[in-house]
Design a protein around this ligand. Structure first.
Ligand code: GLC
Length: 463
């Protein structure tokens, strides 16, 4: 193990150079979802108090009929579910009164940039991409303040002029707030005679967002993009749609728009994200993922996709044992069925990319992008943010994780190719497989937005 770790630490030495090269990327666009995240850390004790306050007994707490929030106790149920399983989920709030209750009773520790679009825009801009254009369907001052004060990070003002996003104030827009309820590994929740310990630091998101939940578009942005030349688009924001509220139509309606971007030369990457509504999830997979040049997902989202492509039994296998071998089988299946040219899955300790041999970005460049992404992600976890360039490579001399190396070994044994373990690149079934053990931070200060950061920097860092 020691030798292997040394070998991989060596491969990470190139991250500084890879970061430098990001300055050669001319234009990156992020769309559609940008919002405000109200982040707070909740303890098991406080969660139990809230259950009590909402008169939820153990049985009711565990009785979940819908992964959405219609009344206040649903917030507590969702948070408890994620706490007890150590998982990440996002549920939509349908009632403004729940939003008000959260504001008054739960509050938040801090506001930070939210939504894949917003988070990725900040990350790519601080990494030095020459021009980053972000789509905002709402950009009041409160939202604008969460953009980094960088001149290469742009959006549209009320009149349709391009301007640095942090300087814009579309004063009539409403702020779109999502509650990010985070909890720590090992924290304990007690109710009646039950006592459970949180198995993994994670978060529950409670979202009230009438704009992003309807995929509302800024027409200035859409008009501009109709003619613009873009190197890469990081696409997201479909996960908040529901079939009940026209979700299928909204997804389909966006297809001509994004096709145009691709025709104009953009490489299109779709971030799958946690999509609760299965009908919408299926539409995203069938219509958008099949169109995209590249897709990104985490272990949970991988299982979610299996469920809507007729691979329920493989989904169950993955669910019962989350490891690189099962998840690799899963992404191979997804690649086969969805026929996307590139797929990248990130799990605890390991990132895996499978791509066509003739993909625009070489396997070696992918590897470099993934090492950079792992370093930046670890820096973000350790520092709490990557708002300044100095933080980006904070984790650069840390060891790669043993968990990651073990998962990598398991995978290389599964595909019977030792090269994957030592080089991180191997061929399998005619595809390039690239796998990178990551750097893990013992006590992460933040986790939200990590997947978005990983996927986007892996790809854009490889261009
Ligand atoms: C989802 C949430 C958003 C959060 C993001 C992080 O888009 O709606 O609040 O910032 O995920 O990945």
């Amino acid at each position: 193990m020691r030798e292997l770790k040394k070998l991989w630490n060596e491969k990470y030495k190139g991250v500084e150079h890879t970061l430098q090269q990001m300055q050669n990327v001319k234009t990156a666009v992020t769309a559609f979802n940008t919002n405000i995240d109200a982040v707070l850390k909740i303890s098991g004790k406080r969660l139990a108090e809230l259950a009590h306050q909402c008169s939820l007994d153990w049985k009711q707490l565990n009785h979940i009929e819908k992964n959405s929030i219609e009344e206040i106790p649903d917030v507590v149920k969702g948070a408890f579910r994620c706490f007890s399983k150590g998982i990440a989920e996002e549920w939509l709030i349908s009632d403004l009164r729940v939003f008000d209750w959260l504001m008054q009773n739960i509050g938040y520790d801090r506001l930070q940039m939210g939504g894949q679009g917003g988070i990725v825009a900040n990350a790519l801009a601080v990494c030095g991409v020459q021009k980053v254009l972000n789509h905002c369907n709402s950009l009041p001052e409160k939202q604008a303040k969460l953009f980094l004060p960088l001149d290469n990070l742009l959006s549209f003002d009320e009149e349709g002029n391009l301007a640095p996003a942090w300087k814009i104030n579309r004063s009539k827009d409403i702020p779109l707030m999502h509650w990010i309820i985070e909890f720590d590994k090992g924290d304990v929740f007690e109710l009646e005679d039950y006592k459970i310990s949180c198995p993994k630091a994670n978060r529950f998101i409670a979202t009230y967002d009438p704009m992003n939940s309807n995929l509302v578009r800024d027409e200035h942005f859409v008009d501009y993009m109709d003619r613009a030349k873009t190197d890469v688009v990081i696409l997201s924001g479909y996960h908040a749609l529901t079939a009940e509220k026209n979700g299928v139509f909204l997804v389909e309606n966006s297809l001509p728009v994004i096709k145009k971007w691709q025709q104009n030369g953009a490489l299109l990457h779709l971030e799958i994200a946690s999509t609760q509504d299965k009908i919408v999830r299926k539409t995203i997979v069938d219509k958008v993922a099949t169109l995209a040049d590249s897709i990104g997902l985490n272990e949970r989202e991988t299982i979610d996709v299996l469920e809507v492509i007729g691979e329920e039994s493989l989904a169950e296998i993955c669910e019962s044992k989350i490891n690189s071998r099962n998840l690799f089988e899963a992404i191979m299946k997804i690649k086969e069925k969805v026929k996307t040219k590139r797929i990248q899955m990130h799990m605890f300790g390991l990132y895996v990319t499978v791509q066509d041999k003739d993909f625009k970005v070489s396997a070696q460049r992918n590897l470099e992008g993934m090492c950079l992404a792992a370093t930046v992600a670890a820096s973000k976890a350790a520092c709490g943010h990557i708002n300044c360039r100095e933080n980006l490579l904070w984790a650069k001399n840390m060891d790669v994780s043993e968990i990651g190396l073990r998962e990598l070994r398991l995978l290389s044994e599964y595909i019977q190719n030792e090269k994957l373990l030592t080089d991180g690149i191997a061929e399998y079934n005619g595809y390039d497989v690239i796998a990178v053990p990551t750097i893990l931070v013992e006590k992460p200060k933040t986790l939200v937005g990590m997947g978005d950061t990983i996927s986007s920097i892996s790809l854009v860092g490889a261009l």
